[in-house]
Ligand binder design. Structure first.
Ligand SMILES: Cc1ncc(COP(=O)(O)O)c(C=O)c1O
Length: 429
């Protein structure tokens, strides 16, 4: 359970909030996150890189520690007490992950990360289903992990990739989707739920509805959505929904694929090995039922247990409140950045974006911006953010990105703005 908020360090910044915009507080207590108690150059860390990976609350670290100290054993095979406990807790984590997003636990597969979940669909479903001339539709907003697997599998199967373009405001035009679907050749529409660069929230339920009406399947990449807002996989109606644990306050090394068990049943295995079989002969094997059919080898046991603790923590905060908190903080950030005439922020307004704000500065390279931020103990990311096609579309090679989570507040944004002013002065004076 998140503890009570015990600090309010909005006053730590030299920049008071603009009068017109309320200064949001943290939603979770920073004290719940051990790393956020550390300081750099005498200042507490302003961590604004949660789109890359989120900080972990102590309850997640304790759950992992408890597993290794108290009941470390492999799952599914042992009959002894600690092995049964490990298995129970691993499977309980699956149920918790499924429940978080309204999915069927029998169709909830643990992978290493979101990237592996997408590759699972590419290599198991698409590699067998796509025929020459078929089409896969993506958007130009996609993370490389939702582009490259499709490039590989389309090249192998003689299928074609098509892209939905970006509108001026960083959103995606659905009439362009209708035009592509009208060809009758589209077999899969694979789109991000939330852009990791612009924060754009895509209308994924409507995209899935239109794709289905045209006979195509849909994959939604929820890596930047599940950690930040209520997600109902059943209501979205996509055939495949993927996300990743480490952005959801959980550990690295665990991702999720949700699909209907019947669809997974029809798909061939992705990786072969232990755990995923029923019976192995010298020349052939029969496979386990989903989801275990797609979980070859020793499972990410500690990771699943840590993720379960993260899910409980997020649910106790209430994901609707998480979304509201990040919307407020994004609104505040957009207002503060708008006061700096040398800063340019592409993308939609706060109501249509998650807590992700990318920007460029006149006369300062994004990497230099990030480095000056680091001197101010402000952690932001600079580069192409694994979205090179989007960078080209925006006409830049890189941006600097600030992204928010439950432990951020207005003072973090104020600290960012302070650092941006310093960077601009240093490089342009
Ligand atoms: C939108 C999006 N999709 C997919 C991924 C890949 O996540 P992972 O590296 O955990 O597989 C990321 C990571 O940044 C992302 O932002």
């Amino acid at each position: 359970m998140p503890s009570e908020r015990t600090t309010d360090d909005r006053l730590a910044s030299g920049h008071p909030a603009p009068a017109a915009t309320a200064a949001p507080k943290t939603l979770a207590a920073r004290e719940d996150f051990p790393l956020l108690a550390t300081s750099q150059n005498g200042r507490r860390l302003a961590y604004l890189d949660s789109a890359a990976t989120a900080q972990k609350p102590a309850v997640v670290l304790s759950a992992i520690d408890d597993y290794f100290r108290r009941y470390n054993a492999n799952v599914h095979r042992g009959v002894y007490r600690i092995a049964a406990e490990a298995t129970d807790r691993y499977e309980a984590a699956r149920h918790a992950a499924a429940e978080l997003v309204g999915a069927d636990p029998r169709g909830t597969v643990f992978t290493r990360n979101a990237t592996e979940a997408i590759n699972l669909v590419a290599y198991s479903w698409a590699r067998h289903e796509l025929a020459p001339g078929d089409e896969v539709v993506l958007t130009v907003l996609e993370h490389h992990s939702n582009i490259v697997p499709w490039q590989l599998v389309c090249a192998e199967r003689g299928a074609k990739l098509r892209y939905l373009p970006l509108r001026e405001d960083g959103t995606v035009a659905l009439d362009a989707l209708d035009e592509l679907l009208a060809s009758g050749r589209v077999r899969l529409v694979a789109v991000t739920h939330v852009s990791n660069v612009l924060g754009t929230i895509l209308p994924v339920a409507e995209i899935a509805r239109r794709a289905r009406a045209a006979g195509a399947l849909t994959l939604v990449d929820g890596a930047q959505a599940v950690p930040h807002m209520p997600v109902d996989v059943a209501a979205i109606g996509a055939d495949f929904y993927v996300w990743t644990g480490h952005k959801a306050l959980g550990p690295t090394g665990i991702g999720l694929l949700h699909a209907a068990p019947e669809l997974l049943e029809r798909m061939p295995p992705f990786l072969g090995g232990g755990h995923m079989i029923k019976r192995v002969e010298l020349d052939r094997s029969t496979f386990n039922d989903p989801p275990w059919k797609f979980e070859a080898g020793t499972s990410p046991i500690a990771e699943a247990i840590g993720l379960h603790a993260a899910i409980d923590y997020l649910r106790a905060l209430d994901l609707a409140r998480v979304r509201e908190h990040e919307r407020e903080l994004t609104r505040y950030a957009l207002a503060r950045l708008a006061e700096l005439p040398f800063v340019h922020v592409p993308g939609p307004p706060a109501d249509e974006r998650a807590g992700v704000v990318s920007f460029t500065l006149d006369g300062v390279h994004p990497h230099d911006v990030a480095e000056i931020c680091d001197r101010h103990a402000v952690c932001v990311r600079a580069g192409h953010h694994c979205a090179q096609p989007l960078m080209r579309e925006l006409g830049v090679t890189a941006t600097t990105r600030a992204s928010f989570h439950v432990y951020n507040d207005a003072s973090d944004v104020d600290r960012l703005c302070e650092a941006l002013v310093a960077a601009h002065e240093l490089f342009t004076r």
